[in-house]
Design a protein around this ligand. Structure first.
Ligand code: SER
Length: 321
């Protein structure tokens, strides 16, 4: 039988594409999209949609009841860069939305939860290369703190109340549909848009800042893989490291230049540089690969090719979109 799914934060960068994919798999009417507003009209008009503030327990509860929801993907969050501007709002949204969903599942109404964590759980005292699954986590951003604490609560609700909550630590996600909002890794999306629009990009991170990254298709695959594997296979109930590739702004610029030879990049690091410097350069995801067969597909070259192809269609040939 198909699950009945609620996606909270469906208009965001990952939510948008997750909604489409889950609807392809389970049918449009089995996947209820929700967000705090209707900012993404294409998504809003693509199937059942509800306005839900993720901080509002009763709104989530009523929606679950009305639609017989048994599975929730909680994608609403304030990311790292925005979180530094609005620390209390980030804490409020990121923590309370998680408690709402965990408490619904504790009461038995919800059978399965997906909650994303992030490489932001790591900090300056974490080994930066090939960062292990289990290691020192002393995050310096509010976002990272909410994800680290959230991981503890997920594990706690699983151990104490048997809640089937599953989680992965996303790296920076590269995609061409909805823009990311307020993250430190956003440069890796903006650079492609600007390359296609103006052949220039002014990067807010320095040229040799290496971060773990992943193409959206791989991120969606990881999400659905962990959600569909047998319960017993999910051995880690805090959150799994998942990795694909790592690169620097200089490397992504070089890969764009292979296609747009007169593309030019300049660098003006801002407050986000310190955040990036506190995060790993590369991630060890052996546990995910072993426990539920995680495997990525997209290389930097493949990502660049696809991003430029899709964005060219969008900006230079909109009629044929
Ligand atoms: N992409 C996120 C950010 O930069 C990391 O999870 O905040």
């Amino acid at each position: 039988m198909n699950p009945k799914i609620l996606i909270i934060g469906a208009c965001g960068q990952i939510g948008t594409e997750l909604t489409t994919k889950l609807r392809e798999i389970y049918g449009v009417n089995n996947v209820i999209a929700s967000d705090i507003n209707t900012r993404n009209l294409e998504l809003v008009n693509s199937g059942p949609f509800e306005i839900i503030d993720a901080k509002n327990f009763n709104a989530i509860k009523d929606c679950c009841k009305n639609h017989n929801i048994d599975t929730i993907y909680l994608m609403a969050a304030l990311l790292s860069a925005t979180g530094e501007k609005y620390p209390m709002e980030a804490w409020d949204l990121n923590m309370n939305s998680l408690f709402h969903v965990l408490n619904l599942a504790k009461g038995g109404a919800i059978k399965k939860i997906f909650w994303p964590s992030s490489i932001a759980v790591f900090g300056p005292t974490t080994p930066r290369e090939n960062t292990p699954q289990h290691t020192t986590c002393e995050p310096t951003t509010v976002y990272g703190i909410t994800k680290q604490v959230g991981e503890r609560w997920c594990e706690y609700y699983h151990n104490k109340y048997g809640v089937d909550v599953r989680s992965i630590r996303y790296p920076g996600i590269i995609s061409h549909k909805a823009m990311p909002g307020g993250g430190t890794t956003d440069y890796a999306v903006e650079i492609y848009h600007d390359a296609v629009k103006t052949k220039t990009y002014n990067c807010f991170l320095s040229e040799n800042t290496q971060l773990p990254m992943m193409f959206m298709e791989d991120a969606i695959k990881a999400t659905i893989d962990i959600m569909t594997v047998k319960k017993d296979a999910v051995k880690i109930r805090s959150s799994y490291n998942v990795a694909a590739i790592s690169f620097t702004p200089k490397e992504v610029a070089a890969s764009i230049k292979q296609h747009i030879s007169d593309f030019e990049i300049s660098y003006k690091p801002d407050y986000r540089q310190a955040i990036a410097d506190s995060w790993p350069k590369s991630i060890n995801d052996d546990s995910a690969r072993k426990d539920w067969n995680w495997k990525h597909s997209f290389s930097l070259e493949a990502i660049t090719k696809e991003m430029l192809f899709q964005l060219n269609k969008k900006y230079n040939n909109p009629a044929k979109k």
